[in-house]
Design a protein around this ligand. Structure first.
Ligand code: NAD
Length: 313
């Protein structure tokens, strides 16, 4: 079936899915946004609420729908998954999320979907891998939101320390979107200048910054029960890169193909993204410690995915 360029389907109309739909509507990237949820009433209510706002924003149609709408969608965003509460780690909800992700992916593929699948459900690296394997789509057509959000947090905190705009800071968090993520200070550039050179004799609290970034979601969940705006904006950024064939480089979760000796597991590396999905996975210059951290992240994620191989209900 032909791909309708302007339809995006969001599966999961909870905090993340509904906020992503709202942010996508404001951005005006797609003429049709369709929300699907096991709770049909919730999907309809969220779609109606967003549609009310739509009359004051960009032209577009926002509605609830069914998996049949995935058939000719350019992108399906998968946000249905188990949410974490309190100090629960993302990995601790892997079993529950895997059941949901497998069910949703089976429905999406049964509808005849041939577009790009963007996965946000946590633990996002493991769910990206499960979705890719369950969908049978090529790895470059399944993109996990990964550490795009963490990298944005990293840039924001570095910018505040360095007294520059976040947009002026290039910086990557790599590996797992979670407790083993790697704050790659080696990748930090401000106007092409590496962090050490930019700082001169000054020091910044690197370990505290990395810890703060890693713990950011826990802090937000403690305060409001969930996170939504940051992840929704990361989803929009990835969808925009696909929709506009931007060929921008973003740190997202993808199936590693041998970079740093890591393969057969999904985790975040900088990826070139365009209309066909991930066009190339890049291996940045990292320190030995950072490479070790990345391999540790890969080992943890491999064990999680292996433990989920039998989780079918
Ligand atoms: P939520 O509980 O508000 O929403 C989840 C929605 O999924 C609910 O509306 C539920 O009815 C729906 N759902 C559950 N099972 C379903 C199924 N089988 N088919 C269709 N719909 C189903 O949760 P949330 O806060 O929106 O979070 C959603 C997911 O996103 C969680 O896994 C959460 O951990 C994850 N998340 C990821 C990031 C990230 O950076 N990747 C950030 C925040 C949240």
């Amino acid at each position: 079936m032909a791909v309708a360029k302007d339809r995006i389907v969001i599966v999961g109309a909870g905090h993340v899915g509904a906020t992503a739909a709202y942010a996508l509507m404001l951005r005006g990237l797609f003429t049709e946004i369709v929300l699907i949820d096991a709770d049909e009433g919730r999907a309809t209510a969220e779609a109606t609420d967003i549609a009310d706002a739509n009359a004051l924003a960009r032209p577009g149609q926002i509605r609830s729908g069914s998996y049949a709408d995935a058939a000719d969608a350019r992108i399906v965003v998968l946000t249905a998954g188990a949410a974490t509460h309190g100090d629960e780690t993302r990995l601790s909800v892997a079993g529950r999320s895997a059941v949901i992700v497998r069910e949703c992916v089976a429905n999406i593929m049964q509808a005849g979907f041939t577009g790009i699948l963007v996965v946000a459900a946590n633990p996002v690296d493991a769910m990206t891998q499960i979705a890719q394997e369950a969908a049978g789509l090529a790895p470059d057509r399944v993109i996990g939101t990964g550490t795009l959000l963490d990298s944005a947090r990293f840039r924001q905190r570095l910018a505040s320390q360095l007294k520059v705009a976040p947009a002026a800071v290039e910086a990557l968090i790599l590996g797992e979107h979670g407790d083993s993520e790697v704050a790659a200070f080696s990748t930090v550039r401000i106007g092409g200048v590496a962090l050490d050179s930019f700082l001169g004799s000054r020091q910044i609290p690197r370990a505290t910054i990395a810890e703060d970034v890693m713990r950011a979601a826990y802090t937000i969940v403690h305060g409001k029960g969930y996170t939504s705006f940051g992840i929704a904006t990361a989803i929009v950024r990835i969808c925009e890169a696909i929709r506009r064939d931007e060929r921008v480089v973003l740190p997202v979760s993808t199936r590693a193909d041998g970079a740093f000796g890591i393969e057969g597991v999904c985790l975040s590396l900088p990826c070139l993204i365009g209309s066909e999905g991930i066009l190339r996975v890049l291996a940045p210059d990292l320190s030995e410690v950072e490479i070790e951290g990345l391999r540790r992240s890969a080992d943890i994620l491999k064990r999680v995915v292996a433990s989920l191989s039998g989780a079918s209900d």
